[in-house]
Every structure is written in structure tokens, then in C-alpha cells.
Unconditional design. Structure first.
Lengths: 375, 69
């Protein structure tokens, strides 16, 4: 009991430190907003004659970013952490003055960096004819070398925020179960209990059989992580708005976790069914083995793509509906597009839950297939 | 040009997924109408099957997006 309390207090301290850290980095609100808006006015006539590119706009908004758009011309600068040729270099992303086209050079420790399309490059010595400090190839991609980018980007920030929220929620609920033993659930506890029971009774037990308890921590973590982050992604203002579960690296990490659990918990019957399928003739066994082996790999890949594509598609759909106003360049389009976007938003609330459910139940299904007893 | 072809590909994927999920949903409705007490089990199975169909469509959409880019 005593040891447990020490752990809880340590975790609490960790939460406070993380919150302060995020707050600290967030303080440096972009001071160059004024300068930049003036520059926008000059650019405006040229931009107006160009057609509004809905695809580019939507893809830009679901992508990860080094700064966080708050409202209007206000952006939060996030920390940039680079592993360069001469060790670690850190600075705030607002030093780029919101430039994303390699025109502003940041100099740190005798090294010069530029940002182009949310990627950080070593700057060239001289600017090219467009004022960009990079070498462009025929496809207008930068050819400069890149440092290893370990920055706390918008997605990383959301990840930390969701960890803080989840720790706060689940530690308080866990504490409530200790102090209110034998009593009816109350508050947060009565909100979470049905969901936890749903994961246990509808996801874990039917797929994993009597060994379900070993995998409950993983399934609950994955379920709530995906669900909380899907919901955070639907919040259009600051604590949310990042497309974390629609980032293929994040979904890949989750899928790899399921994959590792499956292969390390697989019993001999599972492996026998893959490499030497019982009950079929030998030529067929040889034919089936590579197919089944590929099957092990495609399952987590499908998990990864499903979550990524579903959440990204939802974000793109909502952005596209709002963008119709700018495509037709008329305020009257909003009469149709805004209610429809709200309707899709309501459907996305459901999708957020369903995708968390699907990911968890398929993970349970794959693990269940691996640990199934022979009969 | 590649953009239009990618759009046609995404549209074809949507047709396939629509047919597939439509059949799954319809059959699940049939099942629930015949046996309402099994509704929750049928729903779970329906969602899993729909997820598999949808995954294929989403593969196609991702390929279309990459082809477009």
C-alpha cells in the first residue's frame, strides 16, 4: 500500500512537470503575426487569381506541423529539437517567423537551418532566384541535407496532452475503486465502468477465452488511447485539432504492438497452422506456408491502414465541406455546407468510437487466434 | 490527368465497398429481424465484417491519394 502511494505521487509529479513543460513552450506565442499579416496583404491579389486548391489545403491541415495554429494570425511556437552534425540543437519554431518556404534562415551554434513544407533542412549559403535557401530539383523538392528531426511537433504535443488526460482520468478512477470499495460507482467512475466492462465482456472474453485477463491491460490501453485521441482530433480548437490517430506512424506503432503480442504469445498449434497446415496433402502444405506467412504480416498492416485512413478521411471530408465556401467564393454556400459539416462531425463522433472498437476487437481476435488451445 | 484517373479509382473503390457493406448491413438486419435476442452478437460480427470490407476500399483510397500526389 505504501509503495503504491509513492508511485501515485511520483506519477502526479510527472503530470505536473509535463503540463508545465508544455505550458512553458507554449508561452512563446508568435510575435511576428503583425509583420506577417502585412505581407499577406501584398500577396493577396496574386493569390486570388489562382484557383483554390482544396486537396492541397486539406492535406496541409491533416499533416503534422512545427507550430500550432490557435486562431486568426496567432500561432504557438513549439520546440524544435534537431540532432545535427555537431550534436543537439534546440530552438523555438517561431524563430522561422511562420515561414514554410525556406526563405527564413535560423542560425544556431554556427549552423543554419531553413524550414520547407514542414521539413527542416541545412540552409544553402546563398538564396536562389525565389529567395529560398535550398537547392531545388526538377520536381521543386529541396535537395539539401536534413538533420535528424526530433522536434516536439503538434502531434507529439497532442500525444503528451492525451497522456496527461488519460493518467488524470484513470488514476482518479483507480483511486475511487480503492476508497469506495463495495459502494456504487460515482462521478467519473460511473462513466468509465460501463465502457471498461464493455471492453471486457464484448471484446476480450469472446475472443480470448479464459486467458483474457492477461491481455486486458493492453486492450484497455489501446481502446482508450485511440478513442481519446480520435475525440481530441475532433475538437477544432487548441487542446485538440491535431490528427494524431490519422498519422500513419502512430497507427503503425499501435499495430506493431499488436503484432508483437501475437507472435510472442503464439503457441505451437498457431505456428503449426502457419508453416505446416495439418490435414492437407504435402504439396498443399508447401503452397500454403508462404501464403499464411504473408497473412501474419498483412493483418497488422491492415490494422494500421484502417485506422489511419478512416480518421484522415473524416478530417479531409469535414475540411472539404467547409472549403466549398472558398471554392465557389460565395458566402451563401455556407447555408448548405456548414450544417452538412456539423452532420458529418456528429457521424465522426460515432466513427471515433467504432474505430477504437474495431482496432481493439481485431487485436483481440488476432491474439485469440494465436493463443487458441488445440481441440 | 493522373489526378482524374486517381479520382475514378477512388470512385470504383467506393462502389465496391458500398456493395459489400450494403450486403453485410442488409443481412445483419435480416438476422436481427429473425432473431432479435441475438442483436448484439450480430452487430459485433457485422461491424467486424464491415471493417474488413472497408479496409480494402481504404487501401484503394490511399493508393489513389498517393497516385494523385
Amino acid at each position: 500500500m505504501d509503495c503504491n502511494q509513492v508511485f501515485v505521487s511520483k506519477v502526479k509529479r510527472l503530470i505536473i512537470v509535463f503540463t508545465l513543460l508544455i505550458a512553458f513552450f507554449s508561452i512563446k506565442v508568435d510575435a511576428f503575426a503583425q509583420v506577417d499579416s502585412a505581407a499577406h496583404v501584398v500577396e493577396a491579389p496574386a493569390a486570388e487569381s489562382k484557383k483554390f486548391d482544396i486537396g492541397k489545403f486539406a492535406l496541409h491541415h491533416i499533416a503534422d506541423s512545427h507550430s500550432w495554429h490557435v486562431i486568426g494570425e496567432t500561432y504557438l511556437g513549439l520546440p524544435v529539437i534537431l540532432y545535427t552534425n555537431s550534436g543537439f540543437v534546440t530552438f523555438n519554431s517561431s524563430d522561422f517567423k511562420r515561414d514554410d518556404n525556406a526563405t527564413v534562415v535560423v542560425e544556431r551554434d554556427g549552423q543554419r537551418f531553413v524550414k520547407m513544407h514542414e521539413k527542416i533542412y541545412y540552409a544553402s549559403a546563398d538564396a536562389n532566384e525565389h529567395g529560398q535557401f535550398v537547392e531545388l530539383n526538377a520536381e521543386h523538392h529541396a535537395e539539401n541535407k536534413r538533420p535528424l528531426d526530433l522536434s516536439v511537433t503538434k502531434n507529439v504535443c497532442t500525444l503528451l496532452i492525451s497522456i496527461v488526460i488519460m493518467l488524470a482520468v484513470f488514476l482518479s478512477v483507480a483511486k475511487a475503486y480503492k476508497t469506495r470499495r463495495g459502494k456504487a460507482p460515482k462521478g467519473l467512475q460511473s462513466w468509465l465502468e460501463p465502457i471498461i466492462l464493455f471492453v471486457r465482456d464484448d471484446i476480450a472474453k469472446p475472443n480470448l477465452g479464459h486467458k483474457y485477463e492477461r491481455f486486458m491491460p493492453y486492450l484497455l490501453t489501446v481502446f482508450f488511447f485511440i478513442w481519446f485521441n480520435n475525440m481530441l482530433g475532433l475538437v477544432p480548437f487548441l487542446p485538440g485539432g491535431a490528427n494524431l490517430t490519422g498519422n500513419i506512424a502512430v497507427t503503425m506503432t499501435l499495430a506493431v504492438a499488436t503484432f508483437l503480442l501475437t507472435i510472442f504469445n503464439g503457441n505451437k498449434h498457431y505456428w503449426k497452422h502457419i508453416f505446416w497446415m495439418p490435414g492437407v496433402p504435402v504439396p498443399m502444405k508447401i503452397f500454403l506456408a508462404p501464403l499464411e506467412f504473408v497473412g501474419i504480416l498483412t493483418k497488422p498492416i491492415a490494422l494500421m491502414i484502417r485506422l489511419f485512413a478512416n480518421i484522415s478521411a473524416g478530417h479531409i471530408l469535414m475540411l472539404s465541406l467547409i472549403c466549398l465556401i472558398f471554392v465557389f467564393n460565395s458566402l451563401w454556400v455556407s447555408v448548405a455546407s456548414v450544417p452538412f459539416a456539423i452532420f458529418i462531425g456528429a457521424i465522426e463522433l460515432m466513427v471515433a468510437f467504432i474505430q477504437a472498437f474495431i482496432f481493439t476487437i481485431l487485436s483481440a481476435l488476432f491474439i485469440g487466434m494465436a493463443i487458441e488451445e488445440h481441440h | 490527368m493522373t489526378g482524374s484517373i486517381a479520382a475514378i479509382g477512388a470512385g470504383l473503390a467506393a462502389i465496391g465497398a458500398g456493395l459489400g457493406i450494403g450486403r453485410i448491413g442488409g443481412s445483419a438486419m435480416d438476422g436481427i429481424a429473425r432473431q432479435p435476442e441475438a442483436a448484439s452478437k450480430i452487430q459485433t460480427a457485422m461491424l467486424i465484417a464491415a471493417a474488413f470490407v472497408e479496409a480494402v476500399a481504404l487501401f484503394a483510397v490511399v493508393v489513389a491519394l498517393m497516385g494523385n500526389g
